[in-house]
Design a protein around this ligand. Sequence first.
Ligand code: FES
Ligand code: FES
Length: 224
Amino acid sequence: MSKEMFKISRREFLKDAGLVVGGATVGSAALLSACGNKDKKGETKYICPIDSKEFSSLKDLKDHYASAHEGQAIPAFKTLNVNGVDYNLVINDYWSLGWVLREQLGLYGTKIGCDMGQCGACTVLVDDKPVYSCLLFACEMEGKRIRTVEGLSDGITLSPLQQRFYDNNATQCGFCTAGFLMAATALIEKKSKPTNDEVRSALSGHLCMCQNFKKTLESVVGGV
Ligand code: FES
Ligand code: FES
């Protein structure tokens, strides 16, 4: 499944990222071929990453690029699978997965706390394993299955674990909650009825500044 690219001005994006530099266009066919996105009518449109002009075919875009932007390097287009949706994105090499999830995809459920691998607030699942998204490069996530807290529910019904957190008042300010939920989800998917020690171990990489650890642990121990 493909989803229309979020409304980001690629020109600003590229300028900001400093990606438009002189150089060869080696591999441009492969890169350009990845930038087709469907519009609201379901028609695929090809958008020039430099000046945002739209074209109805890849050939037209390539012709335009060759004539209008000769000698310019082409940025990397990547496809990230997040919560079962493929997103075609322009990704700079040094952007973290957490930053891309929030600022590119608008998935603000993932929180960035310390941004240095110490608090666990940014935890998401990559191929079913909990990881700190602040420490991973988004450009290396192609081909992996990324899940965020938004993917736990269907948008109406909370997942059983989310419901348990809610019923148990396991959140206060809520800043850490998404990270705890993702780590706990990974644990419960592996072991449906985790013990107290197993939960403590699985959640040990998470901090709650509101000190709500007791209720959080109680929400996970024994499974859902
Ligand atoms: S924001 Fe990633 S571990 Fe704190
Ligand atoms: S509920 Fe506030 S940081 Fe955990």
